[in-house]
Design a protein around this ligand. Structure first.
Ligand code: SF4
Length: 420
């Protein structure tokens, strides 16, 4: 009898990469990988496959993330009382897959490629040696480890040979990638230089302060490394960055971003994760964060050592998180505590700036040619990671050139016509 297994994945690109790899291994071992029926009715009506095993890959980066996972697991236990439910990944009670349920392990290079998504998620690094006061991740993922250089490269080749044209390089703390004297810039360059009919490399989130200009050198030398940099910024206030135990100052981030913009121009898209309401965050700290992320809006930046009228870069992709206590982290016992309603109000205020930044950046692409990786629904994302509705058709996973003709604020999407 063929065993049926399904995967429920929460959290970051790294979790997604790990689940896709595990899924592919089970499929290669002859298991029937099924999608979770979206409702009990679907099980009855469509006799949708009831899984024998459900693997939940969890995330505990915030208290809410953890409770969402636990709620889901509880629901699954009720809906599928006969299924074996395994919890893996970043969850307090996560356990490795038991041997009797583990697929036969295959040498990494020949591990099957999962074609469920339109872009390939390449895990190259895991673990973190950071001591960030709000973060519980190192307690789940342990010390930094890196996939050997040649193995990562072969895996990238396997994805390209399987028809992927976009490879997302991901890790727990990517900038800690090391294989003897080769670091992240060398690795992404090597992946970008793989011979192919046309592929691009997208970097997952990077930690400011740990990535230096050699990463920009690698991007400059390889135009097929996406002009997209997602920074795990967290705050625009040096005082709060120190309290968070983040290994950089806002001036260092500004310098990196200005250098990157000078090299790649205003088509370069920045993303940033920001936490509001970290313990001790004052109005002035919050104003510093607000000023930093709304750099293109016409008001003076005062907190920098050398105030300038505006910063020559824009952050169109912002992920805003109201601070939430994580038991077991240093910050969980830090004072003064910022009231939850203030954390949320500050997050709301930054969301407004985030939408304005995104619209400003996206509208700057109107009339321009963009490169879009085509997804299942025939639309896709540009090199700058802006959602794009395509006029014309092209094969899934291919990268097409298209001319932008409009922007839809409601969905935050561009529309573009595929060039013949
Ligand atoms: S760098 Fe900091 S925030 Fe990122 S995973 Fe490591 S400890 Fe957590």
């Amino acid at each position: 009898m063929t065993m049926r297994i399904c995967f429920v994945t929460f959290g970051c690109r790294l979790n997604r990469a790990e689940s896709l790899d595990l899924e592919a291994e089970y499929a290669a071992a002859g298991w029937d990988v099924v999608q979770l029926p979206s409702s009990v009715d679907e099980v009855d009506e469509l006799n949708a496959a009831v899984p024998d095993v459900i693997v939940v890959r969890g995330c505990s980066v915030t208290a809410k993330a953890q409770s969402d996972c636990e709620k889901k697991i509880a629901q699954l236990r009720i809906r599928f009382p006969d299924a074996e439910i395994l919890t893996v990944g970043c969850l307090p009670d996560a356990k490795p897959v038991p041997a009797y349920l583990a697929p036969p392990s295959l040498p990494d290079v020949s591990a099957p490629v999962n074609r469920r998504f339109s872009r390939a998620y390449l895990k190259v690094q895991d673990g973190c040696s950071g001591k960030c006061a709000f973060c519980i991740v190192p307690s789940f993922r342990g010390s930094p480890v890196s996939v050997p250089f040649e193995q990562a490269l072969s895996r990238a080749r396997a994805y390209i040979n399987a028809g992927f044209h976009e490879i997302v390089v991901t890790g727990c703390n990517l900038c800690l990638y090391r294989d003897s004297n080769r670091r992240l810039p060398e690795l992404v360059s090597a992946i970008a230089e793989i011979e192919s009919s046309g592929h691009r490399v997208r970097l997952g989130s990077i930690e400011p302060g740990l990535c230096d200009t050699s990463l920009l050198d690698a991007m400059e030398a390889n135009p097929n490394i996406c002009r997209f940099l997602h920074l795990s910024l967290q705050s625009g206030s040096n005082r709060i960055l120190r309290l968070m135990r983040r290994p950089y100052t806002i001036e260092q981030v500004e310098e990196f971003c200005v250098d990157a913009t000078r090299r790649f121009g205003e088509r370069l898209a920045f993303g940033a994760d920001v936490i509001t309401g970290f313990p001790g965050e004052t109005d002035a700290d919050f104003e510093a964060t607000k000023a930093f992320i709304s750099s293109h809006l016409p008001f003076p930046i005062t907190h920098l050592s050398s105030p300038i009228s505006h910063l020559p870069f824009l952050i169109p992709h912002l992920h805003i998180f109201p601070y939430s206590e994580r038991e077991g982290t240093e910050a969980a016992t830090m004072t003064p505590v910022v009231p939850v309603e203030v954390r949320r109000a500050r997050a709301k205020e930054l969301e407004i700036i985030a939408v304005a930044n995104h619209e400003r950046f996206a509208r700057s692409l109107i009339g321009q040619e963009v490169e879009v990786c085509v997804e299942r629904d025939g639309n896709g994302r540009t090199d700058e990671y802006v959602r794009c509705l395509l006029k014309g058709t092209a094969p899934r996973r291919s990268i097409v050139r298209a001319v932008v003709d409009d922007y839809f604020p409601k969905t935050g999407s561009l529309s573009a016509t595929i060039r013949a």
